[in-house]
Every structure is written in structure tokens, then in C-alpha cells.
Write a protein that binds this ligand. Structure first.
Ligand SMILES: [Zn+2]
Length: 253
């Protein structure tokens, strides 16, 4: 088989011969839609470590002031107006080609679904910021309903069904992952013939372990990220560059 010095061409050939692609996406694909990263060089937590502390579940549940601050900052989140970019749309194209087995995402912004990815294909390991959940009864509801109550004057809205504390339906620091969701992410990784990791630092476990798990099961590994990751050594192809340019080159029909 002819070889090329161009890593994009090389990765594209691997993508074209794959039949069961599992994609893992992290914050890097959404920063190009204007959603701030948390752990990157310009990330929210990197610049303001106190924000990370406020994001722990224990503080959120124990301190009304932390919840009030959280609701106020949710109102202003740039994520509500963010639109999917060409990177998200490229993964929709991959699905339309019939080779997308699953799309595991660490992102909570639902931009994959908004771009057109089938909800059934998307595995949201860290939940969704577009839903709320009640810490007491587990009831889930659209975030927009809770935000409307905040705008109407409720500083810390509680569950309408049971009065319990409401939080964004996302995984906070100190909060356990949802076992069925992470189990599904690990299971699909073991079924892939190609694992495409995009915009993830691959440092958050157990999600990051989908990469070595897929490798051990025989999958090719393609990593697209602007910074080195701990998994680079086991990658078959390693691509830098803007995700919104690289993914269309890899995934288009
Ligand atoms: Zn409730």
C-alpha cells in the first residue's frame, strides 16, 4: 500500500477502511464554538481555581450561596447561544456514511445532537447542561424551565415535585459517574475497529481508558488534539490543527 508523508491523508485512509468507528470528543471540539474549556491553557479552572472548588457536589449541596452563584453564572453561560461547528457536522457526515458505531462525548453542551447526530448514538458520559435533575427524587427536566424561574426571581429553584435540590444534570467534581453510561462507553470502545479521539486531553478517567481499551481490542487509534496527550504513544495517527478543519478532511463523504 502506498504511503504518504501527509498525516491527514494517512488518517483519512484509515478512516475510509474502518467499518465501526467510535468517536470520543472532549472540550476541544466545542471551544471552536465559543464554549470555554475547563482544563486547557486558557481554561476556566486554570485561570480561576476557586471556580473548580465551587463546582464540587459537596459544596453545591451544602451551601445555598454556592447554588445561587451557580444559577447566576448559568444564566450568563456562553454555551446557550453556541452553535455547532464544522467539526460537529463532520461527525454527522460520518454517521450518514454508515460507519459511526457510537459517539462518546465528555461535553455537556449537546452540540453533537444540535448538529444532527442521532441522540441514540451519543453517549454523554458527563451528562447534559440542558437538563436539570433533582438530587432527591432524580426527576429530570429541561434546564430552560429552571432558568426561567431564576429569571423570574427564584435565586435557588428547588424541585417542583418533591422540593429537593436541583442541579444541572452533569457530573460535578466529587459526583459519581452514571454506571450504565460509562459501562456503555467502555463497551462500545471494545467493539470499535477505529477509535477517533478528538479535542480531549485524555487525562480524565475512566473515560480516557476507552483509548487503550479499543487498542487492546484491535482498533486503530486516531488522535486529533492540539496538545500532546498521554495516549499519543499508542496512536496510529496523530493530528494537530483546528478540529473544524481536520475533521471535515477525515470524515466527509
Ligand atoms: Zn425531586
Amino acid at each position: 500500500m502506498a504511503t504518504s508523508d501527509d498525516p491527514v491523508d494517512d488518517a483519512r485512509r484509515r478512516m475510509d477502511s474502518a467499518r465501526r468507528v467510535v468517536v470520543l470528543t472532549g472540550a476541544g471540539i466545542s471551544t471552536e464554538s465559543g464554549i470555554p474549556d475547563f482544563r486547557g491553557p486558557r481554561g476556566v479552572w486554570t485561570r480561576n481555581p476557586a471556580a473548580e472548588k465551587q463546582s464540587t457536589i459537596q459544596n453545591y449541596l451544602a451551601e445555598p450561596e454556592v447554588r445561587k452563584a451557580a444559577w447566576r453564572s448559568r444564566l450568563d453561560s456562553p454555551a446557550w447561544s453556541a452553535e455547532p461547528n464544522a467539526g460537529h457536522r463532520a461527525l454527522v457526515a460520518l454517521e450518514r456514511r454508515g460507519v459511526l458505531h457510537a459517539l462518546v462525548t465528555q461535553n455537556i453542551d449537546e452540540l453533537h445532537q444540535r448538529a444532527g447526530s442521532s441522540p441514540a448514538k451519543v453517549v454523554e458520559v458527563h451528562g447534559s447542561m440542558r437538563r436539570v435533575m433533582c438530587w432527591e427524587c432524580g426527576r429530570r427536566a429541561p434546564m430552560e424551565e429552571a432558568l426561567a424561574r431564576v429569571r423570574a426571581g427564584e435565586a435557588d429553584p428547588h424541585c417542583l415535585a418533591c422540593g429537593g435540590i436541583l442541579k444541572s444534570d452533569t457530573i460535578s467534581f466529587g459526583q459519581a459517574l452514571v454506571p450504565e453510561v460509562i459501562d456503555r462507553a467502555l463497551a462500545v470502545a471494545g467493539q470499535a475497529d477505529l477509535l477517533l479521539a478528538v479535542g480531549s486531553t485524555l487525562q480524565v478517567y475512566p473515560v480516557a481508558s476507552v483509548v487503550p481499551l479499543a487498542k487492546d481490542a484491535g482498533a486503530r487509534i486516531v488522535i486529533v488534539n492540539n496538545q500532546p496527550t498521554p495516549m499519543d504513544a499508542i496512536a496510529d495517527a496523530l493530528l494537530r490543527g483546528p478540529i473544524s478543519e481536520v475533521l471535515p478532511a477525515l470524515c466527509s463523504a
